[in-house]
Design a protein. Structure first.
Length: 140
């Protein structure tokens, strides 16, 4: 139960102090730290800050589904590209990726670069708005 509580609290506000979490849930700070140390081994893999990219000048977000002949080379290219936020291996396509660019011109230049990887198919979706993001609260 303590793992679930701590994960939910961290998902809501990772900056909340362990002392405050302990007080709110009537748990000792030592217990919270002990649970956190267990969670750092697994399932916590990384701490990140969620960014509103539009507010820092990156207003063009797209999701791509890609099928390519040169899959391994494409994967390496995307992993190293600074405008790729997420990459996933998906069924029915080779890859899915989220791109973030300042504008449409930069995005189209990126799409031209992808042609080097002999694309079989590409489906492009422009992200209009995040309706829900990183809010899942798992139960143990």
């Amino acid at each position: 139960m303590t793992k679930t509580i701590l994960l939910q609290e961290l998902r809501n506000n990772a900056r909340k102090s362990f002392a405050k979490i302990g007080r709110e849930h009537k748990l000792s700070t030592d217990k919270i730290f002990e649970t956190y140390d267990e969670l750092k081994k697994e399932p916590i893999t990384k701490h990140v800050t969620l960014i509103d990219f539009k507010k820092i000048g990156y207003g063009q977000r797209n999701l791509l589904l890609i099928k390519a002949k040169k899959k391994e080379q494409l994967q390496k290219f995307l992993k190293q590209h600074s405008n790729i936020n997420n990459i996933h291996s998906v069924k029915e396509f080779d890859l899915s990726c989220e791109t973030i660019f300042k504008n449409m011109k930069e995005y189209y230049e990126f799409l031209e670069q992808l042609e080097l990887f002999q694309l079989n198919k590409i489906i492009d979706y422009e992200v209009v708005e995040d309706l829900k993001r990183e809010t899942l609260h798992p139960k143990f």
